[in-house]
Design a binder for this molecule. Structure first.
Ligand SMILES: [Zn+2]
Length: 105
């Protein structure tokens, strides 16, 4: 199995509203997030150019990330309790069809 990864960055606020009120993450705060997409393919699945997927194809994800999540309040923008794990699931669910090689967020 061959894998490629690419890192994306954005900044946003969130509240982890499922935590008890004494937990500091239950208050609004922000992060500079790093999203890593990992894509994989078997050797026989590589493109004719020898790629798991052309990195240029991932530009669409960056554009969407900037428009959808950058400088947003994630609870509102995502409609979930935005823990890192829930965010990864949310992102995977929205991009796995577009990038069938996607194996991890
Ligand atoms: Zn946080």
């Amino acid at each position: 199995m061959l894998t490629i990864t690419k890192e994306f960055h954005f900044s946003a606020s969130h509240v982890l509203d499922k935590l008890p009120s004494w937990h500091k993450c239950s208050r609004m705060h922000g992060h500079n997030y790093v999203v890593v997409l990992e894509l994989a393919a078997r050797p026989e699945e590589l493109t004719e150019a020898g790629f798991v997927r052309d990195y240029a194809d991932l530009d669409a994800f960056k554009t969407w990330l900037d428009e959808t999540l950058d400088h947003q309040h994630l609870n509102d923008a995502m409609g979930i309790s935005p823990s890192a794990e829930n965010m990864a699931l949310w992102l995977f669910g929205r991009w796995a069809d577009r990038y069938p090689e996607l194996v991890a967020v």
